[in-house]
Write a protein that binds this ligand. Sequence first.
Ligand code: DQA
Length: 140
Amino acid sequence: MKLLIINGPNLNLLGLREPDIYGKSDYKALCRMIEDACKDIDFEIFQSNHEGAIVDKIQSAYGNFDGIVINPAAYTHTSVAILDALKAVGIPTVEVHISDINSREEFRKFSYVSLYAEKQIAGKGLKGYIEAIEYLKEKS
Ligand code: DQA
């Protein structure tokens, strides 16, 4: 089993960025948690602030990964391109949000990626990534 974990824009600034919303742990701490949860499988962690780079990464996952965990960050609410890339490759996908997007501003309530993802996990902090990884591992 091989999992791809994708993080979108500004998630590299975890810890610094609005800690009251996203917590005080930094991106490295998130990567360490993911590495720990994936120690029995193959995996890759990818972060980009660029929509096209995320689309390229999803396309290159075809035939190479069995599952995707994605926090598209702000692109959640805007990116038809990321939705289309996920649909194109057809890889089982879980969407993760650190904060509860359903109880914040109106514009955060709609997620393009949720039109494809099997599951959305939101508002559980960094632990949401672990839940997503466990879900995909159990499925395989
Ligand atoms: C986020 C929620 C998004 O609305 C926001 O733009 C992010 C992070 C989250 O993890 O809670 O950058 O995806």
